[in-house]
Design a protein around this ligand. Structure first.
Ligand code: AMP
Ligand code: MN
Ligand code: MN
Ligand code: MN
Length: 283
């Protein structure tokens, strides 16, 4: 076991979380987190605030982001850790990745209007902390607020996933670009929550193989969206592909997230923790 309370995956108001970077840092520290990373979707605008707040709270810090990628027709998330937060080509890449979100959100609202849900674009916007980053999560919060659904998972199930009225297919970054932005900025690329994707065994094998070939170095083994059996499965996958292992709650909100910051089991033994690859990038 690797006995370090590292939480290297969570979201603030800079993407689809409900807490500020400062409030997240305070919560992480109160929960005993020793090494922290804020990983907002397609955004690094909160990194300097998070770093300062981590220092204030007595935690070590790694820079972070979670990049939306399209692979084999599905959305895959690639976490980046320990990169230079001022790297220009990474900033440009993330700006381009965020680019289609406003248009997509308007189309989502049109789809919802066709099933009788009016004003969803304006309603979702009221939950948005960063106008550049309107996401399905903000629509989900609006639909809970109006009483259309009991909780955000019900909204995703009924309205926001493939084949449902508010779902709009979208082309995100390529796997190769996302890994290159992270690694050229001095960071390590990590496949986020691999058990969440609906890939066949062959597609999953292709994801890991191509990720490695592009220079990806780690995979999330212990995350809020894996079961205990999946920790074991992806620990095996990490060993098979020679990848380091990461740990992160994927915390979004005290009201929605079932896993709080710093509350997951430690990484299983026999794995290289991703932070060992990043010892010179820890702040
Ligand atoms: P987007 O980037 O706009 O497609 O939104 C993706 C975000 O929606 C994810 O990062 C999660 O925060 C959230 N999400 C996706 N699927 C679900 C689900 N089934 N239940 C709750 N939240 C979800
Ligand atoms: Mn999210
Ligand atoms: Mn994700
Ligand atoms: Mn996430």
């Amino acid at each position: 076991m690797s006995i370090l309370n590292a939480d290297l995956h969570c979201h603030s108001v800079v993407s689809d979380g409900t807490l500020t970077p400062e409030a997240l840092a305070a919560r992480a520290a109160a929960n005993g987190v020793e090494l922290w990373a804020l990983t907002d979707h397609d955004e690094i605008g909160g990194q300097h605030r998070a770093m300062a707040a981590a220092r204030e709270a007595g935690m070590k810090y790694l820079t972070g982001t979670e990049i939306s990628v399209t692979f084999a027709g599905q959305t895959v998330h690639i976490v980046g850790l320990g990169f230079d937060p001022d790297d220009e080509s990474m900033r440009r890449g993330l700006t381009a990745t965020r680019g289609g979100r406003a248009e997509r959100a308007k189309e989502m609202a049109e789809g919802l209007a066709r099933v009788g849900i009016q004003g969803a674009y304006e309603g979702a916007l009221k939950h948005v902390g960063n106008p550049d980053l309107i996401s399905r999560t903000h629509f989900a919060r609006f639909l809970v607020e109006t009483g259309a659904c009991r909780d955000t998972s019900e909204v995703f199930r009924k309205y926001l996933t493939e084949g449902k009225p508010g779902f709009v297919p979208h082309r995100w970054a390529t796997l190769g670009d996302a890994v290159a932005w992270i690694t050229r900025a001095g960071g390590v690329a990590v496949i986020a929550h691999p058990a969440r994707y609906a890939f066949t065994a062959n597609e999953e094998y292709a994801l890991f193989t191509e990720f490695k070939a592009h220079g990806g170095q780690a995979v999330e083994v212990v995350t809020g969206s894996h079961t205990a059996a999946e920790y074991v499965k992806y620990a095996d996958t990490a060993r098979e592909f020679g990848l380091a292992a990461s740990r992160g709650s994927d915390f979004h909100s005290p009201d929605e997230s079932h896993t709080d910051l710093g509350q997951l089991p430690y990484l299983p033994g026999g794995l290289t923790p991703v932070w060992e690859l990043l010892s010179d990038r820890i702040r």
